[in-house]
Design a protein around this ligand. Structure first.
Ligand code: COA
Length: 259
């Protein structure tokens, strides 16, 4: 079964995360597919706007597939996995065409970061959001925080990352991270209407303004990436990271030690 699809209808390229049994949690292979499908949609002259969504009505995406972490995201492989994450986020962030996330249900962790890598985000009222790395002992790359702080004030970003708690669509809209929140029954129509409006506009102007806005919003010159990457690596090498995965698999609360 294909776990991520690209479908082109009229001028809209729709990329769908398609693993509904796992709430569209992304496997290592799916992370690798994201840049390929974004590149395919970007290269296709018919496509003027790209929409990202999740299959089914329970989730946009519940984040990275935790069941793979022990194998695919530990030791020396953690850096490779992070690279795959970064390539997926950057493919969307650097895409020349406008991108929109259509969010219903859970939008968690890496799934939320994918949505944050698109230009616009529309969510259903029932959608729920979290950034749970601190509940799993995960390292969180500084590059992933950059698109969040472009939209939300640092105190909101800190609250989400410190607690790992679940937030409603209205709260996340108040944090500045959503364009519109609508009734679930109207979400697809609202996304289509917005995508169709944008698709009718001049592509070169869209590329021009997107590039200008992203360039002006960038503000990470003062970051010491080496030091930040070391803080991230330390998490992936920790006992707490292993405890986070064990607790998820055993459906219990983790006990963290700071080691
Ligand atoms: N990775 C792997 N599998 C996941 C997953 C993830 N991130 N999120 C959900 N799943 C799987 C569950 O293990 C379950 O599989 P099973 O049917 O084989 O047991 C299935 O998806 C349905 O999830 P379930 O937990 O039974 O649904 P729920 O409604 O009780 O809870 C969530 C939904 C989203 C609250 C819960 O699945 C969850 O906390 N997921 C992890 C979210 C997370 O921490 N993501 C960040 C990863 S970095």
């Amino acid at each position: 079964m294909q776990t991520i699809d690209l479908e082109i209808t009229s001028n809209i390229g729709r990329i769908t995360l398609n693993a509904p049994d796992k709430l569209n949690a992304l496997s290592e292979a799916m992370w690798g597919e994201v840049p390929k499908l974004v590149a395919a949609a970007e290269a296709d002259e018919r496509v003027r706007v790209i929409v990202l969504s999740g299959a089914g009505n329970r989730a946009f995406s519940a984040g990275a597939d935790i069941s793979e972490f022990a194998e695919a995201r530990s030791g020396t492989r953690a850096a490779h996995y992070n690279k795959l994450n970064n390539e997926a986020f950057e493919a969307l962030q650097n895409c020349r065409k406008p991108t929109i996330s259509e969010i219903r249900g859970f939008c968690l962790g890496g799934g939320f970061l994918l949505a944050l890598s698109t230009d616009l985000r529309l969510a259903a009222h029932g959608a729920s959001f979290s950034l749970p790395p601190a509940r799993l002992g995960l390292g969180f790359d500084v590059r992933w925080i950059s698109p969040i702080v472009k939209g939300a004030a640092p105190h909101f970003v800190k609250e989400m990352l410190f607690t790992g708690a679940r937030y409603s669509a209205s709260e996340v809209e108040r944090f500045g991270l959503l364009n519109h929140v609508v009734d679930e029954a109207k979400l697809s129509d609202k996304v289509l209407e917005l995508a169709t409006t944008i698709a009718a506009n001049a592509p070169l102007t869209l590329e021009n303004v997107k590039s200008a806005i992203d360039g002006l919003a960038m503000n990470d010159q003062s970051i010491d990436f080496k030091a930040q990457d070391e803080l991230t690596r330390r998490c992936f090498d920790s006992e707490d990271y292993r405890e986070g995965q064990a607790a998820f698999a055993e459906k219990r609360k983790p006990k963290f030690s700071g080691k």
